[in-house]
Design a protein around this ligand. Structure first.
Ligand code: UDX
Length: 436
């Protein structure tokens, strides 16, 4: 089966490479000529573990190719995926669907065979209806079905998530759409991944509901962490104690500096907008968005406290270890590190930072921070060492070396990757999240 993937960003490229790996004939299409040129040379536009090898082996096998020519790329494809960005629209928080609709228009004008057009981008409820209208308007003589098929993969674990998903959701309104999608995902049925066929609108909503629920879970445990600090509890024990209840589940209960990334912040905002449009408020999600926004700066204040409070902190220096919104990615979008760096700068605290993959993208977002080439260079002369992102490389720092290099043995662990007793015994003043 031939599959066309329009948009070779995170979701498009990973999905395209995985479909090819399952034996489909895949063409990844993107308007960005330099991105396509680099892909031809085997250079990935994003950092994702294992992606370069997966792309290389499928290109070599002749199952995966890249082009900027949409009309040529979709020729003969039974399924045409739209996997372009849906960023927050500047000013109002609505998802910006202009890229999705532009692709739909171009597909309608170029179609040369019957096909299913699949929205894989995260799109608000009703987008599929509009895509269908645009395709009809194009006057194409070919049979077209519009299907919603949201993607749940996580950055940093994208290939594993795609190949062994918890579920596949397909929102289709007719048999043609369902049949083609069945064929597209046949290799995954063999992996026994559950598949859920729903209406197109339900499918579109599932993606937002899932992300908003996960964001809520994180925000809930983050507030429990604050409470633990006040009452002398341990949030990791609380998370384990509630997570073992099968109705709650133990995942996404790690307290930290607040969620960031390309999905949760933008998708929660877009869900609020949909709820507003339909006059059906989602007050819990409203609270989650507010609490998470406030939390990021509060983490900066936590560092200032560890430096002795606002007056003592002025003129001091912090070492920031990790800048990306989570490990194993170079993605800086809505990373808590940005608000933390800003709060420190506002308080007159200077900062040096190291991140294994994120420094290039971080530089313009935090010009006041000095980027250095390894964690110990950041620690050199620092009054406090702050773990912002839980990269594996920071889990076993040489604490003697840290103590020797730093001006003061102060460790602020915003991801709870160290054992408090162990670090305190090593002579550090240690602060973490939700643990006394
Ligand atoms: C998320 C969803 O998990 C995925 O299904 C969807 O397709 C895209 O959005 P991603 O943004 O890649 O994936 O990362 P994820 O691992 O979900 O983490 C999101 C944010 O939540 C990160 O900032 C992470 O640090 C934070 N987080 C996650 C916590 O603070 N605690 C947790 O327990 C889990």
């Amino acid at each position: 089966m031939k599959i066309a993937m329009v948009g070779s960003g995170y979701v498009g490229l990973v999905s395209g490479a995985c479909f090819a790996d399952f034996g489909h004939d895949v063409v990844c299409i993107d308007k960005d000529q330099s991105k396509i040129d680099r892909l031809h040379e085997g250079v990935m536009p994003i950092y994702e573990p294992g992606l370069d090898a997966l792309v290389a082996s499928n290109v070599k096998a002749g199952r995966l190719s890249f082009t900027t020519d949409l009309a040529e790329g979709i020729k003969g494809a039974s399924a045409i995926f739209i996997a372009v960005g849906t960023p927050s629209r500047r000013g109002d928080g609505h998802a910006d669907l202009s890229f999705v609709y532009a692709v739909a228009r171009e597909v309608g004008e170029s179609l040369s065979n019957d096909a299913v057009v699949v929205t894989k981008s995260t799109v608000p409820v009703g987008t599929g209806d509009e895509v269908e209208r645009i395709l009809k308007e194009s006057g194409t003589p070919h049979r077209v079905a519009v299907v919603s098929n949201p993607e749940f993969l996580r950055e940093g674990a994208a290939i594993g998530d795609f190949k062994r998903p918890d579920r596949i959701v397909i929102g289709a309104e007719d048999e043609f759409g369902r049949e083609v999608m069945h064929e597209v995902y046949r290799p995954l049925f063999l992996n026994e991944s559950p598949i859920l066929f729903t209406s197109r609108r339900s499918s579109e909503l599932i993606k937002y509901a899932a992300n908003a629920f996960l964001a809520t879970k994180i925000t809930f445990i983050n507030e429990m962490a604050d409470l633990c600090e006040k009452v002398g509890g341990n949030v990791q024990d609380v998370a384990r104690g509630i997570g073992l209840d099968g109705r709650i589940g133990g995942k996404f209960l790690h307290a930290g500096p607040g969620y960031g990334g390309s999905c949760f912040p933008k998708d929660t905002l877009a869900l609020l907008k949909t709820a507003e449009d339909y006059e059906s408020p989602v007050r819990i999600v409203e609270a989650v968005v507010k609490v998470n926004d406030l939390r990021k700066r509060a983490m900066g204040r936590k560092v200032i406290e560890a430096l002795g409070g606002a007056d003592a902190a002025r003129g001091k220096r912090a070492a920031l270890l990790g800048l990306t919104f989570k490990p194993n990615t170079d993605d800086m979008r809505d990373s808590p590190a940005i608000a933390i760096a800003q709060t420190l700068a506002d308080a007159g605290v200077s900062a040096a930072a190291y991140d294994p993959e994120g420094m290039e993208l971080a530089k313009p977002l935090m010009p006041e921070v000095e980027m250095v080439s390894d964690p110990y260079a950041a620690i050199d002369g620092a009054d406090a060492v702050v773990i912002v992102t839980e990269w594996d490389a920071f889990r076993a720092l040489d604490l003697d070396r840290v103590k020797a290099l730093a001006k003061a043995p102060v460790l602020v662990d915003l991801r709870n990757i160290y054992q408090p007793d162990m670090v305190r015994e090593a002579g550090f003043a240690y602060t973490s999240v939700g643990r006394s």
